[in-house]
Design a protein around this ligand. Sequence first.
Ligand code: ADP
Ligand code: ASP
Ligand code: MG
Length: 457
Amino acid sequence: MIVMKFGGTSVEDARAIERVVSIVRGRLAQKPLVVVSAMAKVTDTLLTMARAAGAGERKTALKLCRSLQERHYNTASELLGTALFTDFHSELGSDFESLDELLRGISAVGELTPRTTDHVAAFGEMLSSKIVAAAFSAHGLGGVHVDARDVLVTDGNYTQAAPQQEETDQRLQSKVKPLLEADKVPVMGGFIGANRSGVTTTIGRGGSDYSAAIVGAGLGAERIEIWTDVDGILTTDPRTCPEAKRIKVISFDEAAELAYFGAKVLHPATVLPAIQKNIPVYVLNSRNPSCEGTKITTRAPQGKNIFKAIAVKKRITIVDVAAPRMLLAHGFLRAIFEAFDRHKVAVDVVSTSEVSVSLTVDSNNAIPALAADLAKMADVKYEGRKAIVCLVGENLRETPGIAAVVFRELADKKIRMISQGASEINLTFVVEEDEVQDVIQRLHGKFFAELDSEVFA
Ligand code: ADP
Ligand code: ASP
Ligand code: MG
């Protein structure tokens, strides 16, 4: 069997879903299971309406809900035609009634918890997966909707829940495998699951890729396909640098570094389940399905270029912690990391000297409280509007003198926190956010002007 995951833009409207129908039709012989995201922008809208309700703005929330309802109804009726839509209408209708009720409840209480946030956010994938399953049936593909909350078991860390592979595997065997054996095409929403008590959870933004990988690993898929709106993993984000080119094949390790340091095309956790079961992952374009995309696999040819790609992560804050009194003091680093842990702030890049530590974090509201906490043990400064730039490639390991080439290219830029991860396949540093476009253009021009055709298209 194979897993095919379609992202938000790939199911954004009836035409996009029709493309999905024809792509899946071409793979029926391989027994596909389909994972879908919410329709493009729907998760953002759901979170906006949840926050509005939480702030007591009931009217705003309900108005947003109406517009979502209209969009989903229109899409479904276009796909199904009048006769079929009549049946399906009541099913969507009862989901929107529940959402409406939920929003009224939240605004009456005037408080939005992570748990209720997940309840609201889950509607996006619930609705899109039902519509896609109905479209598959209408087009003779044997689509069956599977509620992801009956299958993907997670812990109870709302909005960032961790999938539990073993328990999920058992559910997959009992609830999904029989459908595949009966030549049905199961369709489930990504991103959402439930904890052991059955309460709805979500696994973090962009998490549908991760859901697809968990499901693929659980069912022993031959391949996992991530269908999106670009031709594959490119040498950098095409929105920052339109000259970006497609990478034909890349290793799991390289793809993981890229995803971790901001390449949105793949959720960072996606490759883990695939590595464990050695399942190749393909990134493909639903608008250009004949393109071969990118293959992610254990061993990838390295070719002549030093780097495979450049990732960028914006909206970064640098936190500097300096403690002269604690010079080399045992336990200092632990105390610092414990503070980050207490405030649930994740750290990306770290650099240290004898008396100070600099750490990067995603800019967020917790930073002032974290800084106040750290200030009890050291001098603390923090500075936002930074970006992490990360150059990735396994050739970096064997090539001396590369840092000099990179930084000569950026001689006039203010570079902070240079680090080469222990994996030795990335070179990472921090720049001012407003310089990132220029930095990427230059580096891309330098390292990707000529491409080895074994690795790049
Ligand atoms: P989906 O909704 O299908 O999950 P995403 O928006 O999450 O799609 O990811 C696809 C987007 O990732 C692309 O449109 C592109 O702008 C962005 N992106 C960032 N870095 C890269 C990269 N190195 N290669 C390809 N796309 C990238
Ligand atoms: N719909 C979710 C999001 O927008 C999950 C995903 O698309 O992968 O974050
Ligand atoms: Mg995505």
